[in-house]
Design a protein around this ligand. Structure first.
Ligand SMILES: NC(=O)c1ccc[n+]([C@@H]2O[C@H](COP(=O)([O-])OP(=O)(O)OC[C@H]3O[C@@H](n4cnc5c(N)ncnc54)[C@H](O)[C@@H]3O)[C@@H](O)[C@H]2O)c1
Length: 432
């Protein structure tokens, strides 16, 4: 939507939001508040205002609270609740793009509706849980001429950008193997996600950050997926809810050399652990080593009676933090918010970045950005689908399965020890 004089129109993008949970509070709320106050400018499309126009959630309780307590900053928005909160929102509210931040096994249904309604889509990670779902969403996005993107904020972390820059520039040569770990505090599994944790695992939810980092930074052919895990804290030791997982991905490169990556995740780390989320990466190359540690970025804070529970000892001020800027303004910013702004800028460029006759070219240009386009998420979703299938087999009494990617028997093929018959999880090729 555009308004204003012919020479310098002021554009408007109206956002819809599905899910008002933890991540809304942490990143989307500050994003929408900042966007409402300041808008965006880009020489290609001029000035653009962004409003949160509508939200869809299960009960609407948090929406009411935001309307009560933060309407000054967020503006007033329409609130839709279950049943069919998303369908109602799309029918009744004027939105141009929609962000989906529901629990990960509820992304697909909402995302389908958004794309079918011809709205641009931004979905939280992991985008979806199977390649079948991904195929359908990418096909809908093409059919309706809109963007379908996924949030991987770790790609915007300055440390990860530097790692990739060194790889792209050829300074770090040929990755050989790597190790990543992300450990969430117990309160995530016991309180924050207690409602939907049954039957879930921390790998899908958090390892996916590193799956994408690896897939994007060291692009090669995903060849095999293995996964083990532990149970007994969040659920029974023989149940299907996992405390921690260890995922292994094997990639092959054009020169036929391989690299293996281990990704360890958990959501049962003690709450009084000094770092909010323990994150560590190590990558070994032919000629180098990259070691990164979230708690060793340099800051250690102690405040009597507050750290490490209310406040964390080791802060990540790069991801998302509140500040008083040197010029006096109160702000909240970091790469967790910047990644949302990038998406909205991409939407604005498609809609307002030139004449209507060239919209398709602009759309294709933005769709070719493989850091966030759903069409470029194939190997990540393949790894997630394989991991979920391996854990499901283990919970059903068939541990140690392996999934091969683009195997002669199919795109994703699961083998169980002692069972000569493979299980085809996905028939077409994963890498076209
Ligand atoms: N980018 C990140 O680092 C990051 C961090 C945390 C969470 N996430 C992702 O964000 C998503 C949400 O996580 P969260 O931590 O905010 O979860 P949460 O449980 O705090 O919130 C989920 C929200 O979804 C709503 N909801 C549930 N089912 C719904 C439905 N069928 N229709 C409409 N609304 C529904 C709930 O009412 C709630 O508002 C997940 O996909 C998660 O992986 C990303």
């Amino acid at each position: 939507m555009s308004s204003g004089g012919n020479s310098s129109p002021v554009h408007l993008l109206r956002g819809g939001m599905v899910g008002l949970g933890m991540i809304f509070e942490e990143t989307y709320r500050p994003f929408f508040e900042h966007a409402r106050a300041q808008g965006f400018y880009d020489p290609r499309f001029g000035a653009c205002h962004v409003h949160l126009a509508a939200v869809a959630s299960r009960t609407g309780r948090r929406a009411e609270r935001y309307l009560r307590e933060r309407s000054q900053q967020l503006g007033r928005f329409q609130s839709f609740t279950e049943p069919d909160s998303v369908g109602q929102m799309l029918q009744q509210a004027p939105v141009d793009f929609v962000c989906v931040a529901t629990p990960d096994d509820r992304h697909y249904e909402a995302a389908c509706k958004v794309l079918q309604a011809g709205k641009h889509l931004l979905v939280e990670k992991p985008s979806v849980l199977s390649l079948q779902q991904l195929d359908h969403l990418t096909q809908l996005a093409r059919q309706h001429g809109v963007l379908a993107k996924v949030v991987y904020h770790k790609l915007l972390d300055p440390d990860h950008k530097k790692l990739r820059t060194l790889v792209v520039q050829g300074e770090l040569k040929h990755v050989n193997h790597g190790y990543c770990s992300l450990l969430e505090p117990k309160q995530i599994s016991s309180q924050q996600f207690a409602e939907w944790i049954q039957g879930r695992n921390p790998g899908t939810y958090v390892a996916v950050h590193y799956i994408k980092l690896i897939d994007f930074t060291f692009p090669g052919r995903l060849k095999a997926v293995l996964c083990s895990g532990q149970r007994g804290l969040v659920g029974p030791p023989d149940g299907n809810t996992w405390d921690s997982t260890q995922l292994r991905l094997v990639y092959q490169y054009d020169d036929r050399r391989e690299a293996a990556f281990d990704i360890h995740t958990s959501w049962v780390t003690p709450d009084n652990f000094p770092g909010y989320v323990e994150q560590e990466v190590q990558f070994r190359f032919d000629n180098g080593v990259w070691n990164g540690h979230s708690r060793k970025r340099g800051v250690e804070l102690t405040i009597e009676g507050q750290t490490p529970l209310q406040k964390k000892i080791t802060l990540n001020n790069h991801y998302n933090a509140t500040f008083i800027e040197p010029w006096g303004e109160e702000s909240q910013r970091g790469y967790g918010i910047e990644v949302l702004e990038r998406f909205v800028r991409e939407v604005a460029y498609v809609e307002f970045g030139g004449p209507d006759s060239q919209r398709q070219q602009r759309l294709e240009q933005m769709q070719s950005l493989d850091y966030n386009d759903l069409a470029a998420d194939r190997q990540v979703v393949a790894a997630v689908q394989a991991m979920e299938a391996i854990l499901e087999q283990a919970a059903a009494g068939h541990p140690d399965a392996v999934v091969y990617v683009d195997h002669p028997r199919g795109g994703l093929v699961l083998f169980r020890p002692g069972d000569p018959e493979p299980h085809v999880l996905y028939e077409p090729r994963v890498r076209p």
